[in-house]
Design a protein around this ligand. Structure first.
Ligand code: FMN
Length: 257
């Protein structure tokens, strides 16, 4: 679909169908990440077995049928050093822009460096903690995030600005997953270095970094790559809803599986 050709309101919610998944038929951690080539996902029409055939990596072992990008999203430790098309990056950031935010403040800000930018990419890479630099160096693009601490309409503190940035980042990540990319978000960033290097104004707070790119799917060729591949291949686990969703009082599980 060409971006910009859809008139708002013309797409019927729920029109994208995935093949039926029977809860409990997928064992968490049994599918190896990176075994399917990115970009092969067909997000519409019934699929015979979306969990095992067409998804670009470990289909997340969800208990229920969820929208396709949520089933596909994961945080790679191995990217191919392949540039990301500018239009795909723009799609990801437009998706972020459509996130909800308190008073529609849109407090998020992003600084982007693509690997084609060479020195700019290296400058941003240098703002990451060393452990993150090791794998983020192969990303197609890096992003630094920041948020506005106060509302622009009255300068009152915006206590949900970080929440809104996170929600926009989630939009970005899901859009990326839907178009064959993946992102890996990072708290491990040298924030004071970011503030200085990029002259972030006082009313903005730098927050995180994001690596965007195409997951590496080839066999790891050296020890470092093998270690990263092992991290990617570990079982994907989530706590049960009963630990997060309460009813009537704090800590009392809502009772759903
Ligand atoms: C705000 C945020 C900060 C994170 N910081 C780091 C980080 O500094 N380094 C890292 O390797 N992973 C980082 N992660 C990735 C998480 O470890 C990862 O999302 C989590 O293990 C779940 O895995 P998944 O994204 O593949 O589902 C971060 C994720 C988020 C959302």
């Amino acid at each position: 679909m060409t971006p910009g050709t859809v008139t708002p309101g013309t797409v019927t919610p729920g029109a994208v169908t995935l093949g039926a998944v029977t809860p409990g038929t997928v064992t968490p951690g049994t599918v190896t990440p990176g075994t399917v080539t990115p970009g092969t996902v067909t997000p519409s029409g019934p699929l015979p077995d979306p969990k095992r055939s067409l998804l670009p990596m470990t289909p997340n072992p969800t208990l229920r049928e969820l929208v396709s990008p949520i089933e596909q999203r994961w945080s790679p430790y191995r990217f191919t050093p392949r540039p990301v098309e500018q239009e795909k990056l723009a799609q990801c950031f437009e998706a972020a822009t459509w996130a909800a935010s308190s008073f529609n403040e849109q407090p998020w800000r992003w600084i982007v460096a693509t690997r084609e930018q060479g020195d700019e990419f290296q400058k941003m890479l240098g703002c990451l903690m060393e452990a993150n630099q090791a794998w983020a160096a192969n990303a197609g693009a890096l992003v630094l995030t920041a948020y506005r601490r106060t509302f622009s309409r009255n300068e009152n503190p915006n206590r949900v600005a970080l929440h809104d940035l996170g929600q926009a980042a989630a939009h970005l990540a899901l859009q990326a997953a839907a178009i064959g990319l993946q992102v890996h978000q990072m708290a491990g960033v040298n924030l004071s270095q970011v503030r200085t290097e990029y002259q972030i104004p006082d009313e903005f707070e730098p927050a995180t970094a994001i690596a965007i790119g195409y997951p590496e799917t080839s066999e790891p060729s050296d020890e470092d790559a093998r270690a990263l591949a092992a991290r990617e291949a570990s079982a994907r686990r989530r706590n049960p809803l009963s630990e997060h969703v309460f009813s009537q009082s704090w800590g009392r599980p809502v009772g759903w599986k």
